[in-house]
Design a protein around this ligand. Structure first.
Ligand SMILES: Nc1ncnc2c1ncn2[C@@H]1O[C@H](COP(=O)(O)OP(=O)(O)OP(=O)(O)O)[C@@H](O)[C@H]1O
Ligand SMILES: [Mg+2]
Length: 318
């Protein structure tokens, strides 16, 4: 598999602001990549350079191995952060308009539009002006417009910001379906960590126009710290059991506390059964067990000292 996107040292300077600062990224064909970073990190700027709406001050961009040009950009479909749909045009008219920009017209365009309306659950809104759609529907129409020309690279800039949880879930389902059915490469930006984890096999964290971390969700989280199991049991006499627990392969530490036993490991889930077995063998009856894992937010905090978004650290850990 080749590379769908290759950015080499992209820099974008606005008066008084460097939005991208030597930004380099490679995205393999078929990958679903999540681009995360706080407000102003440069995510949308990168997307504008891919789409051709902005040009880089320096650096290079390749799409499928070729210098990005008007021609190679036809392989890209962008659903921008601010919906690009025309409020006075109906759903169908919007789709036909966006199709026409890529030379898709006539019967082919109508068929494709019907197909997308169906897929995105907008069939009954076909002749309704975009202005009368709910926010979630408009977001889906925005996505449909980006898909009219069957792009090989699909770029979604915050596809679910401001959507309610149910609509967000149906959007996730759609993104997965589209990725699976078309085999397209997908790059999405988001502030929702659970979104990145649900959809993306790879996550790139960026800050101040640069990449600060790159990896699978679990590898990034492992970087932030160990996983912890907290166990409460009766009678809670761990003197003997604890030596056995410390010998369980994969356990890094077992610490009795006044609230119960704390066991640390790089990967705790596969060890739970053995930990439970050891405790029960030593006459402990487990009454409560919880696992906590570092979040992507922790990773970001550790790398940059900054939060991914306002209030994010206050969210309950999953
Ligand atoms: N046209 C412009 N003129 C001047 N500055 C700009 C312009 N576009 C973006 N910037 C600045 O570049 C920086 C990066 O902006 P960008 O929109 O790429 O961030 P982002 O990561 O998409 O943020 P958000 O999460 O808020 O969407 C910001 O400081 C922004 O103010
Ligand atoms: Mg943005």
């Amino acid at each position: 598999m080749g590379l769908a996107i290759q950015a080499k040292g992209l820099t974008k300077k606005y008066p008084g602001k460097t939005a991208l600062d030597g930004f380099s990224l490679e995205v393999a064909e078929g990958e679903i990549l999540g681009l995360l970073g706080p407000n102003g990190a440069g995510k949308s700027t990168f997307i504008s350079i891919i789409s051709g709406a902005e040009s880089a001050s320096s650096g290079e961009l390749f799409l499928f191995g070729e210098n990005a040009s008007n021609l190679s950009r036809k392989l890209v479909g962008v659903a921008p952060q601010d919906n690009a749909v025309y409020p006075l045009l109906t759903c169908m008219e919007n789709l036909l308009y966006f199709g026409s920009l890529y030379g898709i017209t006539g019967r082919e365009a109508r068929t494709r539009a019907e197909e997308l309306l169906q897929q995105l659950g907008l069939s009954d809104k076909k002749n309704v002006p975009a202005a009368s759609l709910s926010g979630g529907m408009r977001r889906r129409l925005n996505l449909a417009c980006a898909l009219m020309h069957r792009p090989k690279i699909i770029i979604l800039d915050e596809p679910t910001t401001g959507l309610d949880p149910a609509v967000r879930n149906s959007m996730w389902k759609t993104v997965r379906e589209v990725a699976r059915d078309t085999g397209a490469t997908v790059v999405l930006t988001t502030h929702y960590l659970e979104e990145a984890e649900a959809l993306c096999s790879r996550i790139v964290l960026m800050n101040s126009g640069k990449v600060v971390a790159d990896g699978t969700p679990s590898s990034l989280k492992r970087f932030a710290g160990r996983e912890i199991a907290k166990i409460k049991s009766i009678p809670g006499k761990y003197e003997v059991a604890i030596d056995r627990l410390r010998k369980v392969k994969g356990v890094d530490a077992a610490i009795p506390t006044e609230h119960g036993l704390v066991v640390e490991s790089d990967n705790i889930s596969p060890l739970i059964q053995e930990i439970t077995r050891v405790l029960e063998k030593h006459g402990e009856k487990i009454v409560e067990l919880s696992i906590s894992r570092p979040s992507l937010e922790d990773v970001f905090l550790k790398l940059t000292g900054a939060k991914l978004r306002e209030g994010a650290a206050d969210e309950p850990a999953k």
